[in-house]
Design a protein around this ligand. Structure first.
Ligand code: RM4
Ligand code: MN
Ligand code: MN
Length: 406
């Protein structure tokens, strides 16, 4: 750490000590924080209007892992990388696993893709045609085998299934078809594999989606079994929905599988997490930190799901991870005993101000210290910019087709 960061850290420690914060415990928990980055965020992405190419974009999965390793190196907490099949299908999964391990990485969740095949026009596992459902289920089974070969801990399932017009199909019949297909897949998973079930309010279907909200996802999980859990993507709700409440509820049910962190202003925007609504992110971490203390939150998968359309992708990912570190650090500073007392005494604004106190703390020197402890960069953006990596890949990765959603 440079001397001004060290001074800022010493001042923060002094102030927090006065507030009775157990700094050693806070730092332990920050050092244990982990975030999974998605392979697809390193590749090309755009809107339906235009994909703006960027220099140095990976042309294959191996190059995506090179970029993920760079994020890991500077932040210290991103060892696992989620993959999407078939986008990340390679000839030799053993080689991919070894390539990852050489860079301090491992394979995270495997994301099946049930939305880019011609047959899926009317749905995948909900499709009225049993042959299409068979094809969809076979893809799920294939992804489980890929996960097994790669040592992946989880399947992460998002369905694009839904209808566009009232009357198009029966809600209940589609649900029954989905349950039959998902049970077959669930039962094929090894005992130590989890299934994350992601919900989304709309898009690409516009009238209804088969898994539109946490309730739809949770009831499916309850039917499948204990290792099926709900995945909360922050961009998948209607405007104004209280996401931290959903998080608390799923934690309480023991069914919070994980997150797809990102941020949104309007739709499923996949912007940098914490960029638009950092207070919401903090409030989510307040719930998570409380559950962790109750020994209830240790198996949650903290994953990012973003698309960096105009911003430089690796730097965007580093900034996302820093935002997650800061949100968690702030949540760890909430004076829980005082909060408990204020709640008990009906001190509405006292309780509220305790959250504001934590939220207003400048935790950047604390996060810098924790990253330094982990052998990463106190200032990861500056370290990345100074490393010359972006220029190096722009030079080296000339020619070929940039990886994208194809
Ligand atoms: C969806 C959803 C999924 C992601 C796809 C690409 O909106 O968030 O998690 O895999 O996009
Ligand atoms: Mn998602
Ligand atoms: Mn999404």
């Amino acid at each position: 750490m440079d001397s001004s960061t060290e001074r800022a850290y010493a001042q923060l420690v002094e102030a927090l000590d006065r507030r009775g914060v157990d700094m050693a415990a806070v730092e332990d928990r920050l050092r244990a924080q982990r975030v999974e980055t998605p392979s697809w965020a390193y590749g090309n992405s755009g809107t339906r209007f235009k994909v703006f190419p960027q220099p140095g974009v990976p042309r294959n999965t191996f190059e995506k892992f090179e970029d993920a390793a760079e994020v890991r190196r500077h932040t210290g907490i991103c060892e696992s990388v989620a993959i999407h099949i078939p986008w990340d299908k390679v000839d030799d999964f053993g080689a991919l696993r070894a390539f990852a391990a050489e860079r301090g990485l491992r394979i995270g969740a495997v994301n099946p893709n049930l939305f880019q095949d011609e047959h899926y026009k009317l749905g995948s596992v909900t499709n009225p045609d049993p042959a299409v459902r068979r094809q969809a289920t076979d893809h799920l089974l294939e992804c489980i085998e890929i996960g097994r070969a790669l040592g992946s801990p989880a399947q992460s399932l998002w369905l694009a299934d839904g209808t566009n017009y009232p009357g198009q199909d029966s809600f209940a019949a589609r649900r029954h078809r989905m349950l039959a297909c998902l049970s077959e897949a669930y039962n094929a998973m090894p005992d130590d594999m989890q299934l994350y079930v992601e919900y989304k309010l709309y898009e690409p279907a516009f009238y209804h989606t088969d898994l539109s909200d946490w309730g739809a996802a949770l009831t499916v999980c309850q039917k499948l079994g204990e290792r099926a859990k709900v995945l909360v993507d922050l961009g998948h709700h209607a405007q104004g929905v209280n996401v931290e409440h959903i998080v608390a509820l799923l934690l309480d049910e023991g069914r919070l599988g994980g997150f797809h962190f990102n941020n949104r202003k309007y739709g499923d925007d996949d912007l940098i997490v914490g960029a638009i609504n950092p207070f919401e992110l903090f409030l989510i971490y307040v719930e998570l930190a409380a559950a962790e203390s109750a020994d209830n939150g240790d198996t949650i998968a903290y994953m990012i799901d973003q698309s960096h359309n105009i911003e430089p992708k690796i730097e965007a990912m580093i900034l996302s991870v820093m935002n997650l570190q800061e949100a968690y650090a702030k949540a760890l500073l909430v004076d829980r005993a005082a909060l408990h007392a204020a709640r008990r005494d009906g001190d509405v604004l006292g309780a509220h101000r305790l959250l504001l106190d934590a939220y207003a703390s400048d935790v950047r020197p604390l996060c810098a210290k924790v990253r330094a402890d982990l052998g990463a960069a106190p200032d990861p953006i500056a370290a990345f910019r100074a490393s010359g990596y972006q220029q190096e890949i722009a030079e080296r990765r000339r020619g070929g087709v940039p990886a994208g959603w194809g």
